[in-house]
Design a binder for this molecule. Structure first.
Ligand SMILES: [Zn+2]
Ligand SMILES: [Zn+2]
Length: 102
């Protein structure tokens, strides 16, 4: 787990990395195929939501929020301001305009 700036939430949030992210993807697909899941996201993806809470201490009610809090999605942090480049292929920092050394 790592605290990173989230471009969508516009704040620092705890994000999952490495094996934590892998596990989250597993729990997500289990949620989709859960026959007793019911119609609400909260009951269908309970395992994923519980897992995220266990790691980060934050209770999210929607799996989409959790699934965009994956460190690997955002690329490395900017050398200048420390915010993550928005994608792993970004050529400059969307936060401070720093040109990325590739
Ligand atoms: Zn976010
Ligand atoms: Zn920057």
């Amino acid at each position: 787990m790592k605290i990173l700036w989230c471009w969508r939430c516009r704040m620092d949030v705890p994000m999952l990395e490495g094996d934590e992210a892998k596990k989250a993807y597993e729990l997500l697909s289990e949620g989709f195929s859960n026959p007793d899941g019911g119609s609400s996201f909260k009951s269908r993806f309970k395992a994923l939501i519980d897992y995220y809470k266990e790691i980060t201490g934050v209770e999210e009610s929607h799996p989409n929020v959790i699934m965009h809090h994956i460190v690997e999605t955002y690329g490395p942090p900017c050398e200048k301001c420390g915010k993550p480049y928005r994608t792993s292929k970004a050529s400059f920092c969307a936060g401070c305009g720093n040109k990325r050394k590739l």
